[in-house]
Design a protein around this ligand. Structure first.
Ligand code: TYM
Length: 332
């Protein structure tokens, strides 16, 4: 079985529809066909210095949501990144093989640091993509299912793998991104040219997995649509309608042209009502299962410990080779 690996940051109380469609749904599907490793990227989350209580809480909510969304602890290895110390160790080694210019080209760093101001942005934000490369290469992943915003980080990961292999000898598998075109960028409902994002300007633009049906429906009904009344996919002229069509299409398994035909002459109102329903139907069971899992913290932590044990075995094996290739003396 080919190996798949991916991670998600515990940066908010709930994942949003972009995370779910762009990544998590593929994680659930791929556990059937791949050797699956997934993790909660708490090391990445501390680049923006959350409080300890927030981080603990969000890490558990994230784990519960991923199980709630359908990750099966028998078929997937789900773990918490910080519990596998090797990630930090490999990140350092890769940093020593990364150019300043190469790291500085990463657009996510540019976006985030712009928010903080160039010189007060943390160094962790700058080295963030190198830690991500370490996450991926550690598990010798073949495929990395992510949204389109991670493309550049995957390119860097591939470059670092190839560089390490040619400097020190064949060590890492060179991974490929796994990105589904129709869902690679789910847009903000209030600003259909921007991606749906935790740091978006208005909560009205984000559909949260753990939200109640009422607010979810309201947000979809108030989503920015476009001039005209035709329900057709046209990313250039109708980005708002196109985004909603994509959402409904993947969640209901109905091709977009079929949806367009269904709403011909009915206008945006009827269309949005149905979009809201498919979202509510997708999220409600996840929310319920998440709440149940959160009610038993000890059991949740136990499941994560099982995942950590499996992940640790792979990480230890990779690092043994890496340390030898680099020339670190073995500890007797
Ligand atoms: P994060 O936590 O920001 O997002 C998790 C996943 O959701 C995808 N995503 C989207 N997809 C479509 N449309 C959107 N609007 C949207 N918003 C988010 C992201 O592309 C991602 O796949 N750096 C990563 C976490 C990470 C990681 C890794 C991923 C750390 N190490 C190793 C893969 C492999 C991140 O910040 O994702």
């Amino acid at each position: 079985r080919p190996r798949v690996l991916s991670g998600i940051q515990p940066t908010a109380e709930s994942f949003h529809l972009g995370n779910f469609l762009g990544a998590v749904r593929q994680w659930v599907d791929m556990q059937e066909t791949h050797d699956a490793f997934y993790f909660i990227a708490d090391l990445h989350a501390i680049t923006v210095n959350p409080s300890a209580a927030d981080l603990r809480r969000r890490t558990r909510v994230s784990a519960a949501q991923l199980f709630g969304a359908g990750l099966d602890p028998e078929r997937s290895t789900l773990f918490v990144q910080s519990q596998i110390r090797e990630h930090s160790e490999l990140a350092w080694i890769l940093m020593c093989n990364t150019g300043m210019g190469e790291a500085a080209r990463m657009t996510q760093f540019k976006d985030k640091s712009a928010k903080y101001g160039e010189s007060s942005a943390g160094v962790g934000l700058f080295t963030y993509p190198i830690l991500q490369a370490a996450d991926i290469l550690m598990y010798q992943a073949d495929f990395v299912p992510v949204g389109g915003d991670q493309k550049q980080h995957l390119e860097l990961t591939r470059d670092l793998a190839q560089r390490f292999n040619s400097r020190y000898g064949e060590t890492f598998n060179v991974p490929a991104p796994y990105i589904l075109k129709e869902v690679e960028k789910i847009a903000d409902l209030q600003d259909p040219l921007a991606k749906m994002s935790k740091s978006s300007s208005s909560p009205q633009g984000i559909l949260e997995v753990l939200e109640e049906p009422g607010p979810l429906r309201k947000k979809v009904m108030r989503a920015v649509t476009d001039t005209g009344s035709e329900v057709v996919a046209d990313p250039e002229n109708k980005p708002g309608v196109t985004n909603l069509l994509r959402i409904q299409s993947v969640l209901s398994g109905t091709p977009i042209p079929e949806l367009s035909a269904r709403y011909a002459g009915l206008g945006y109102g009827a269309f949005k009502k149905d979009v809201a329903e498919v979202v509510v139907d997708a999220f409600a069971p996840i929310r319920e299962r998440t709440e149940k899992l959160l009610a038993d913290e000890a059991e949740l932590d136990r499941l994560l410990a099982v995942g950590a044990a499996r992940a640790a075995a792979v990480a230890r094996e990779t690092m043994e080779v890496v340390r030898e290739r680099i020339g670190f003396l073995p500890k007797l």
